[in-house]
Design a protein around this ligand. Structure first.
Ligand code: CA
Length: 225
């Protein structure tokens, strides 16, 4: 497994490189966002650890550019302090997960392994519910002929619901499967994502494919027009 670490604080960068190598990863380290972007485009990496405040290009820009090119490499973002990074907004740039500094190295490795598992999973057919389709590999989502742009996290949430179609999925199950076990942020993040997903896959089409089951969770069914 090859990891690219983009971190401009030399001590932290080197510590990450050493630590991840000790965990058995091949690790390259760069300290500049533009260079990181170039390395990802040119190299074959399995995941990226990306600082936000960087010379060259910042982490948000790097992320946004990769996703715009339909490059879905798993990205774990590092943020300097809570507050610098608004999770709901920040993940819109297409990061898959984030960690606030100072973080525990053990947690970083666990999150990275979770991303790698998720990243290598995506084989198989597209999920289909009624005229809604989601291809977990290409991240393409369509309602009929209309392509719906989704962020990486929205794909993960929607994909989880679609795999479990017809059954009630609790908020906690979504958190455990899409975020990570041990997620310490606000669990209401699930509701935030549910609102955004409905706004994209249902509202413009006048459909309702996600039902909220009070006190229990959510259920996906073929859209009723
Ligand atoms: Ca930095």
């Amino acid at each position: 497994m090859r990891i690219l670490v983009v971190e401009d604080e030399p001590n932290l960068g080197r510590a990450l490189q050493r630590g991840l190598r000790a965990e058995g990863f091949e690790v390259d380290l760069v300290g500049d966002g533009a260079e990181g972007l170039w390395m990802i485009r040119e190299g074959s990496y399995d995941a990226m650890v990306l600082d936000i405040m960087l010379p060259g290009k910042n982490g948000y820009e790097v992320c946004r550019e990769l996703r715009a090119e339909r490059n879905w490499i798993p990205i774990l973002m590092l943020t300097a302090k809570s507050g610098e990074f608004d999770e709901a907004e920040g993940l819109d740039t297409g990061a898959d997960d984030y960690l606030t500094k100072p973080f525990s190295f053990v947690v970083l490795v666990a999150r990275l392994r979770a991303l790698l598992r998720r990243g290598s999973r995506g084989e198989g057919d597209a999920y289909t519910i009624g005229d809604l389709t989601l291809d977990p590999v290409s991240h393409r989502c369509h309602r009929g002929e209309v392509e719906i742009p989704l962020t990486a996290r929205e794909v993960a949430v929607l994909g989880f619901l679609m795999r479990r179609k017809g059954t009630i999925v609790s908020k906690q199950e979504i958190l455990d499967n899409v975020w990570d076990i041990g997620f310490e942020g606000d669990p209401n993040i699930v509701e935030v994502y549910m609102r955004r997903i409905r706004k994209k896959i249902d509202e413009p089409f006048g459909t309702r494919s996600i039902t909220t089951v009070r006190g229990a969770g959510y259920r996906m069914e073929p859209a009723e027009g």
